[in-house]
Design a protein around this ligand. Structure first.
Ligand code: SER
Length: 316
């Protein structure tokens, strides 16, 4: 049976690339992109697009019914850094949108849900090296709190109401098409733009702040893979640890210097440093590798090659 897909938050960093990928797999007529506004014209003009307010149950339901949607990818969220500025708004958006979609599935309007969690579910008391799937989770950001409690609700809806919800804990995602918005890991995208434009970058994290990271192509592959896996292979219904690479700002700068020797980095840590300090350095994702055969492709130097190649085309 073919899928009829709705992507909520399709104008964002991950939603936009997911839209193009899902259209290439399932066909343009079977993938509806949606967002709260027309903020990404490439997406708006690329095919089926609807204005949907993820916080408004009726708005989501109307779109689901209009296009006979059976699968929803809920990519709308307020990320960690912006969430610290607007804690109540972050809580409201991240939780209300999740409940709206889970309840549509519970009431049989849709069959399958993808909802991303994050490394932000971990906190200062979590072991930072090779962080296990099951460990202490005391997130210190509102964003992390919404993702942690959201994971519990996903598992609850699966157990109590048989909702087929699937989730992965994304690390920082690096991409060149659409900018990220309001995350602590955003430096790892900005640095490549500034390297091409100005050959220098002032980083808001310290040189040795190691965080788990992943190239967009790997993140999209993981998303598609977990959604295409057989239901019985998805043994974790909260959210899977997911890992590709891990690096510090200093290591990205060194990787860039292999291509642009005159590139210079300086450091001016701000409030995001504290968030970064609370997160793992790297992640043990053995359950994802075992249960649904997750494999990543891109190392830091692969990411640098691709980012500089693509952004050079964009700016020059
Ligand atoms: N990239 C996200 C953030 O920094 C982590 O999920 O908030």
């Amino acid at each position: 049976m073919s899928s009829k897909i709705l992507i909520i938050g399709a104008c964002g960093q991950i939603g936009s690339e997911l839209t193009f990928k899902l259209r290439s797999i399932y066909g343009d007529d079977n993938v509806v992109a949606s967002d709260i506004s027309y903020s990404n014209l490439e997406i708006v003009n690329s095919g089926l697009f609807e204005i949907v307010d993820a916080k408004d149950y009726a708005s989501v339901k109307t779109c689901v019914e209009k296009f006979s949607i059976d699968t929803v990818y809920l990519m709308a969220a307020m990320l960690s850094a912006t969430g610290e500025k607007f804690p109540m708004e972050a809580w409201d958006l991240n939780m209300t949108s999740l409940f709206n979609v889970l309840n549509l599935a519970k009431d049989n309007f849709i069959k399958k849900v993808f909802w991303p969690s994050s490394i932000a579910v971990f906190g200062t008391t979590t072991p930072k090296e090779y962080t296990p799937q099951y460990t202490i989770m005391e997130p210190t950001t509102v964003y992390g709190m919404t993702k942690q409690v959201g994971e519990r609700w996903c598992e609850y809806y699966f157990t109590k109401y048989q909702v087929d919800v699937r989730s992965i804990r994304y690390p920082g995602i690096i991409s060149w098409k659409t900018l990220p918005g309001g995350g602590t890991t955003d430096y790892a995208v900005e640095i490549y733009h500034e390297a091409i434009k100005n050959k220098s970058y002032e980083c808001f994290l310290k040189p040795d702040s190691e965080l788990p990271m992943m190239f967009m192509d790997d993140a999209i592959k993981a998303t598609v893979d977990i959604m295409q896996a057989e239901s019985e292979d998805i043994k974790i219904r909260s959210s899977y640890n997911l890992s590709a690479t891990s690096f510090t700002p200093q290591e990205v700068a060194e990787s860039i210097k292999k291509h642009i020797p005159e590139f210079e980095i300086s450091y001016n840590p701000d409030y995001r440093q504290e968030i970064a300090n609370s997160w793992p350095k790297n992640i043990n994702d053995s359950y994802a590798r075992q249960d649904w055969k997750w494999r990543h492709q891109f190392s830091l130097d692969d990411i640098t090659d691709e980012m500089l190649l693509q952004l050079n085309k964009k700016y020059n």
